[in-house]
Design a protein around this ligand. Structure first.
Ligand SMILES: [Zn+2]
Length: 251
């Protein structure tokens, strides 16, 4: 269901008023979150198990050690090291990476071929970790669910169903596909900025992030998959925004 641009913020404001919003200090803004971290971690665990079952992973020690070393530095810098993390290198040519709530980092061999150095690998993992820290999957699914629920509220009122129960039921259903929803442009920009923050904190060179996204942009847009493929590689605005952010930080 697609909602007119002006109506969705109003619906979300209504849902916030009903207690579904939380302030995220990493983003400096309120977020509508009706799914909790435990649900997300459980979904992450399931998605990871599915990925391992349906894809081939590299057993090459050097590749695995590289992803683990760079990934762990970024995860620590992102403040996510409170749990043990698992890392895997997937035998897929499309350059892609993902970081799943619950503690999982996956990188494809295609991405390892594309990055020119560990800094650029850190940029990708940092971007994906940014989505986790920003709770973007939960936010996306909360928005979609709430708009559906609020649009159906008249019907619910007629049937005597409580609004709170409706939100809760739909919220639990919704997490099943929450990790698969594409991120919005605003969320991509937030993940870019958090990503370079984590890189810098981890001792990597933030400017390499710009080179990485330029290289991604130079690729045929259809060649990369997952989150990296959904991030509008042709969108020069994103790179400009990131450059402006780096300049503002003196990086
Ligand atoms: Zn992204």
């Amino acid at each position: 269901m697609t909602l007119p641009r002006l109506i969705l913020p109003l619906l979300i404001a209504a849902a916030c008023a009903l207690g579904g919003c939380a302030y995220n200090p990493d983003l400096g803004r309120d977020q509508l979150l009706i799914v909790n971290d435990n649900n997300l971690a459980r979904d992450g665990e399931k998605a990871w198990a599915d990925a391992l079952r349906t894809s081939h992973v590299s057993k090459e020690p050097r590749k695995n050690a590289r992803v683990q070393a760079v990934g762990q530095r970024v995860i620590v810098a992102a403040g996510l090291a409170g749990r043990p993390w698992e890392y895997a290198v997937f035998l897929e040519e499309a350059p892609n990476a993902f970081v799943l709530p619950g503690g999982y980092v996956g990188v494809t061999v295609g991405l390892l071929s594309l990055v020119e150095n560990d800094d650029q690998l850190a940029a990708v993992i940092g971007h994906e970790a940014g989505h986790v820290v920003a709770r973007h999957a939960a936010e996306r699914v909360s928005q979609e669910t709430t708009s559906k629920v609020l649009l159906g509220i008249a019907k619910a009122a007629a049937g005597g169903t409580e609004f709170g129960k409706l939100l809760k039921d739909h919220g639990e259903d919704a997490t099943r596909y929450g990790l698969l929803l594409p991120f919005s442009r605003k969320q991509e920009l937030e993940a870019d900025k958090l990503g370079v923050d984590f890189m810098q904190r981890a001792g990597y060179r933030p400017r390499e992030a710009v080179k990485l996204w330029r290289n991604m942009q130079a690729l045929d847009g259809g060649k990369s998959g997952g989150d990296l493929g959904s991030t509008h590689p042709s969108d020069a605005v994103r790179i400009q925004e990131l450059e402006r952010y780096l300049a503002s930080k003196g990086w």
